[in-house]
Design a protein around this ligand. Structure first.
Ligand code: F0G
Length: 350
């Protein structure tokens, strides 16, 4: 089958208005990569598959929801879109707006957006505005301005974002024939966990594919759903999920509860360790994307889950190329030698 993107493949299952005009970059159709070695490292006896969402056109899962949100906005005659973002939504909105010929405005927390994301938003031609505040401050501003002025909001408060992102759950069921036993993923503004749960639910109703238990993982310094209250000054190395007041927090808690799963927190050290383990399997993800598995590793270690014989899908939401500084900043400098064979032999074999 020739692949034409999320709306082409799954549009008939998504609640989108008739006037929607598809704008696509052939997003979705991302692989489920087996990671047997990582299972050994975690000391488990289960099947682990990585849904590598970093392989979407702008390098994150956001493209699934953005194709839907921008397609709806275009169909409705919008001329401009706006979002608040920790970076990935910004790059995705900018790319899809560019493709549709719309103006994109993105609000980002100053100094807290990884280089690959900021560069993306600029490259695709968005107007980038830095806020002397957090993502949560920026989100409050874009909600207000989109209510006052003719500029379409494309954050995941927008229901079409959720519709598009359901496609990831559909793909997993189509590839595996049924839902996995567990799904683990990072949680920031909580749009993605909401979408997965809605997607698995809809597919189960339609095709009897079953439901997974969902493990949502926040970063310890930005874990309002674990703490049970908003975090005024969220802080984490996983800047993508540096969010203290998730817009869809209630739905995230509901997804965890209804699926008999959980929302837990992982420390920055645990997240970075998992980023390393994944890279050792050939899968380089940005720090936030390792949070889901970091949480799973913790649950295994403390004996809180028994995964023996189970199938687990871990959603890795964004590509490592998005955040090169986190690696470069902590690495030792590469050796420099003269362009002579002896010099190479010296460092390799002596
Ligand atoms: N992983 C990555 C790489 C992200 O960029 C995000 C969210 C998440 C996980 C969490 O997803 O918000 O649906 O719970 N990034 C948003 C952004 C906030 O602006 O790019 P969520």
């Amino acid at each position: 089958m020739k692949y034409h993107g999320v709306l082409h493949r799954y549009g008939h299952l998504l609640d989108l208005p008739n006037y929607t005009q598809p704008i696509s970059l052939l997003e979705g159709d991302t692989p489920l990569i087996p990671a047997a070695r990582l299972v050994e490292q975690l000391g488990g006896a289960f099947e682990l598959l990585i849904k590598f969402e970093g392989l979407n056109p702008t390098g994150s899962f956001k493209d699934r929801g953005m194709t839907a949100a921008i397609s709806e906005a275009v169909g409705r005659g919008a001329k401009a879109v706006i979002c608040a973002s920790t970076g990935n939504t910004a790059a995705s909105a900018a790319a899809y707006a560019a493709r549709a010929g719309l103006k994109a405005v993105v609000l980002i927390p100053q100094g807290k957006v990884a280089a690959g994301k900021l560069a993306g938003a600029i490259a695709y031609g968005a107007q980038v505005v830095q806020i002397e505040g957090s993502f949560d401050d920026a989100l409050a501003m874009v909600v207000e301005i989109s209510e006052k002025h003719p500029i379409a909001l494309v954050n995941s408060i927008n229901p079409y974002r959720i519709e598009g992102q359901k496609s990831a759950a559909f793909e997993i069921c189509d590839t595996l024939g049924k839902a996995p036993d567990w799904l683990c993923l990072p949680v920031g503004n909580a749009g993605n966990i909401t979408s997965y749960w809605a997607g698995f639910w809809a597919y189960d109703e339609l095709k009897g594919t079953g439901l997974p238990q969902i493990l949502g993982v926040q970063a310890e310094g930005a874990a309002p759903l674990v703490l049970g209250h908003a975090v005024e000054k969220p802080e984490t190395v996983a800047t993508a999920i540096r969010i203290g007041r998730p817009a869809r927090g209630e739905q995230a808690l509901q997804a965890a509860e209804e699926s008999q799963g959980q929302i837990i927190a992982a420390s920055d050290a645990e997240i970075l360790q998992m980023q390393k383990y994944l890279a050792q399997c050939g899968i380089w993800v940005e720090p936030a994307s390792a949070a889901g598995l970091a949480g799973l590793a913790k649950e295994i270690k403390t004996g809180k889950v028994n995964l023996k014989g189970k199938r687990v899908v871990a959603v890795c939401t964004g590509h490592g190329l998005k955040d090169p500084e986190i690696i470069i900043g902590s690495m030792s400098k590469p050796e420099t030698i003269s362009p002579k064979l002896e010099a190479l032999e010296e460092i390799l074999f002596s």
